[in-house]
Design a protein around this ligand. Sequence first.
Ligand SMILES: Cc1cc2nc3c(=O)[nH]c(=O)nc-3n(C[C@H](O)[C@H](O)[C@H](O)COP(=O)(O)OP(=O)(O)OC[C@H]3O[C@@H](n4cnc5c(N)ncnc54)[C@H](O)[C@@H]3O)c2cc1C
Length: 518
Amino acid sequence: MAIVISGISLPFQEPPETAVERAKKQIGAHVISAAIEKRSVDARRKKDIRFVYSVRLDVSGDEEKLIKGLTNAGIARDFVNPDFKGASTKNKKPVIAGFGPAGMFAALTLARAGLEPVVIERGAPIDERVRDVLAFAKTGRLNAESNIQFGEGGAGAFSDGKLTTRTNDARQAFVLNELVKHGAPKEILTQAKPHIGTDLLRGIVKSIREEIRYLGGEVHFHTRLDDIAFINGAVSAVMTTRGEIKSPSLILAPGHSAREIFQMLLKRGAQLAPKPFSAGLRIEHLQSEVDKALYGGFAVHALLPEAEYQHSLRLGDRAVYTFCMCPGGVVVPAASEDCGVVTNGMSDYARSGKNANSALVVSISTKDFDGIFGGIELQRKLEHAAFLQGGGYAAPVQDTRSFLNGKPGFISGGVVPSYLPGVVPGDFTGIFPRHITEALKQGIAAFDRKQAGFAAPGGVLTGVETRTSSPVRILRGENLQAVGLQGIYPCGEGAGYAGGIMSAAVDGIKCAGALANR
Ligand SMILES: Cc1cc2nc3c(=O)[nH]c(=O)nc-3n(C[C@H](O)[C@H](O)[C@H](O)COP(=O)(O)OP(=O)(O)OC[C@H]3O[C@@H](n4cnc5c(N)ncnc54)[C@H](O)[C@@H]3O)c2cc1C
């Protein structure tokens, strides 16, 4: 029996024990034990930066009575440990296509239920994949099957490893606990904005894979799902680059960059719908400038984490916003198809790099393109235009001042662009339609009013950022199976049901549950 006292705001220099004592005092003698549940930073007033704590109290007695009249207290929502002991053995050996967060958590859940999942992943195991990604950054030669989008760990394996999500699901605590069991730092359990970092994610991903294998599951790399066979509308087998696998069930978790899967599914009778997404650029500043803007005189205080920001501005029926901020990170080459440049961002756990970056993007609605695949075509068009400007996989780059003044090129002297395999002076007005560049300009100006230095002349804009979310959704019914196709569970970000590492992992667990109890 536990309750949570939240909103305990203290100057950040105060020790966390003060928050624990305050919470205990509110409840009195009924407290058995107490611990910090979550901590967030409140930097709205630079002269009075605070940590805001929630404290969990294990109590004796009736929780409802204990919290009566307290506006900052609630009963603890304990996480649900997915338990599929009653899982039907006739659902044994389901196939899972894709080993990103969605596929990984689906496989882990099914393996624990004794259902021995068979994972097929088109890309390489993580160590080999790291070599492929480094080779691309160094030589500009893309491996279209093993890159920042494809391979063990999925898109999230080269990232800042942020684990925040706008959704609220009890399974999130389960995901965090599993990540800690497999090697993530314990702090992620109490941070309001937890992150893991690319360096630590590698070990975690391997450890999850080994548990799945230990429990009787299989994980096959360099094995791409190419087609699906059906008998009377129900899946009977999957065709892969390494032959056929018979199975009556398939969790389809290929991420948003497996574009050919959508075409195949349409041919096989799935119902697909176009989906809004966003496109734009990566913006880089010096992390020290972001710290100064957000923390003022406390910018270099050892107790404060690297400062993070998130801004948005509505412009009629469009929005321009920042997301996926990577403090102390680098801009990475996230292409997965020949002749296209794609940017994204990543950081290590320490977030100790010189630059901060974030995506600066404009919303694109389904009215901006035609047909189910119009969004993919638009992404491709932008990625190819950037490739042409860069003369290969080097990315076009502009300094913020030139971009705002409508002048092509890059004046160096400010922030040093971090993108590899390199950058070339570009002109984003030659890549994006006018309404996007105008919205980006308005966004930069507005965000500068909220965060001094956001529009500083020496900032760097690198592009293009197009793989923000899936431009297509695979429709699924109440039972989480694809509408019209029995036995297929579209899952995670590619299917259109998640928008980040945490929500993809949660969707993986949901799909695993639906399959196990089928
Ligand atoms: C560089 C980068 C940084 C990011 N940073 C963050 C972050 O900090 N926080 C956050 O929440 N999100 C972040 N994201 C987004 C996040 O990674 C995705 O939302 C998440 O990984 C989606 O999970 P998923 O399992 O649905 O798909 P994915 O992670 O895309 O995994 C899909 C997997 O399926 C495989 N696959 C594709 N096609 C096939 C096929 N035909 N057969 C077999 N396998 C196939 C792919 O190789 C891939 O491994 C980042 C993304 C990138 C690229």
